[in-house]
Design a protein around this ligand. Structure first.
Ligand SMILES: *Cc1c(COP(=O)(O)O)cnc(C)c1O
Length: 475
């Protein structure tokens, strides 16, 4: 499998890019995102056989269609080590819970940090370590986080050979639970840097360091952000798993509802559908930050300014633009990179584009199955209450957004699978508001706030942080 850029350019000066070429580098030289040259089709006899596979075996079947530069034995080994009951809490890895006939939750948040990002990030940790060792290289991951991504990255990379993580977070702005989750890690290759400022200050420092190409090359700086192709690919697997769990025959179709932010998770659903998985509708659920819902309803994609981006009780969906959205638009325009380039030039110039009245806008739902909806704080509270009363189940705020919007798109005879993206324990404040009691915590997190914490407080100064990195990379 070769990889191409959504904007038509190359990933490297010589020859086509393979999976390992695009693994560590997020963007193509032209600023586009990596996409497989074609979508491998899943044949009916394969779908038949896959129904009965364990999670890691299924992952192996799906992913080897996209990866031909890691040997079959190595890839299978990596997946067997990644998707274990020890790490994900059960043999199923992503177990299906039925709320009522035809309405299910797919549990994606049973990994080490209690959010769905673990499913992809745990694979990334293992595949990074393998590729770096093979090439005799080191990698220093630099990132900024307001919560979920940073902790998922740290738990995936802790103790990995050849990898260090420098994770910037806004000092005293994360919840005590999230802070404890990250700062209690004592692994010598994990560096928590609490920046005196807000999330945007931390993000600006990451950009400033990445723009210093000399420093970046010398210190082998890389990222693990949501546009990373391997993360999207690892997420394709659980759409297959969820489909099999919600059906008894491959004649049936299933709809998926996805709490969305950067469009990575639902983009994986789109890819599964393009491969031939019988998905009826892909329901894109947003919170008050409704960039995506607005697009799917009206055809207008309008990037928000930071000041317009609201802080909500489903914070991992608080985005101003959806970084993986370009991948879908590439397919929407029949993979014409000139059109994608022109549209993103328009985004840079005018802050968005308008597809209303075009054949592409028609195709979004007719050909690609996308529909959408929006959920607010009030809806979350109602949905959390109702789910507790009706099914005796406490769900988190992001999952509540997904479930709320899913109900607007139920169709007779088509099972709806809502992706459960986090555990309620991570967002206890809102759970208390909804239910008047604390959510239960998995036992191994019982006293996490009391553990010793390891972090550095630093001012939002890129040079000071570069010095810190340089001291610890020894390069
Ligand atoms: C990251 C995240 C999302 C949004 O996922 P995207 O892939 O960015 O669309 C939703 N819910 C939770 C809990 C998350 O951590």
């Amino acid at each position: 499998m070769n990889y191409i850029s959504t904007r038509g350019g190359a990933f490297k000066p010589d020859g086509p890019a393979k999976f390992c070429d695009i693994l560590l580098e997020g963007l193509a030289l032209d600023g586009g995102l990596a996409m497989p040259e074609i979508y491998p089709r899943v044949m009916p006899h394969e779908l038949e056989a896959w129904r009965f596979l364990s999670y890691p075996e299924l992952a192996n079947e799906v992913m080897r269609k996209f990866i031909d530069d890691i040997s079959a034995i190595e890839l299978r080994g990596l997946l067997m080590r990644t998707y274990t009951p020890k790490i994900f809490g059960s043999q199923e890895i992503t177990p299906l819970k039925t709320l009522e006939p035809g309405l299910h939750l797919l549990g994606l948040s049973n990994g080490p940090t209690l959010a769905f990002k673990d499913v992809a990030m745990q694979f990334l940790g293992n595949v990074f370590e393998y590729v770096l060792a093979k090439e005799g290289r080191e990698l220093n991951i630099l990132g900024a986080t307001s919560g979920d991504t940073g902790s998922a990255a740290e738990y995936a990379m802790r103790g990995k050979r050849g990898i260090r993580v420098f994770m910037l977070s806004p000092h005293k702005k994360m919840s005590p639970f999230q802070t404890a989750q990250m700062f209690s890690l004592q692994d010598p290759n994990i560096f928590n840097i609490a920046v005196e400022g807000v999330f945007d200050d931390a993000q600006d420092i990451v950009k400033a360091v990445s723009n210093d190409t000399v420093f970046k090359a010398r210190h082998r700086i890389g990222t693990v952000n949501s546009i990373n192709w391997a993360r999207v690919l690892a997420q394709v697997v659980y759409y297959f798993k969820g489909y099999f769990a919600a059906t008894t025959s491959n004649e049936q179709t299933v709809s998926f509802a996805v709490p969305s932010g950067n469009f990575g998770n639902i983009c994986a659903g789109h890819i599964a559908r393009m491969m031939g998985l019988p998905i009826h509708k892909l329901v894109c659920a947003t919170n008050e930050n409704d960039v995506l819902d607005e697009f799917f309803r009206t055809g207008v994609y309008r990037v928000r300014k930071s000041a317009e981006t609201q802080q909500t009780s489903s914070p991992s969906m608080d985005i101003s633009k959806a970084s993986n959205f370009e991948r879908f638009v590439f397919d929407l325009f029949d993979r014409d990179p000139a059109r994608v380039r022109a549209l993103w030039q328009q985004v840079d110039r005018e802050g968005g584009f308008d597809l209303s009245g075009t054949p592409q806008f028609e195709a979004i739902s007719k050909r690609f199955g996308f529909v959408s909806g929006r959920s607010t704080h009030f809806d979350r509270i109602q949905t959390i209450r109702h789910t507790d009363e009706e099914y005796d189940l406490v769900i988190d705020t992001h999952t509540a957004d997904g479930l709320k919007v899913a109900r607007q798109h139920l169709e007779p005879g088509v099972p709806m699978v809502v992706l459960e993206t986090a555990q309620p324990a991570k967002f206890s404040e809102t759970i208390v508001e909804a239910l008047g009691r604390e959510p239960l915590r998995p036992a191994h997190f019982a006293n996490i706030e009391a553990l010793p914490q390891r972090f550095e407080v630093m001012s939002p100064n890129a040079d000071q942080i570069k010095n810190f990195i340089a001291r610890h990379t020894g390069l």
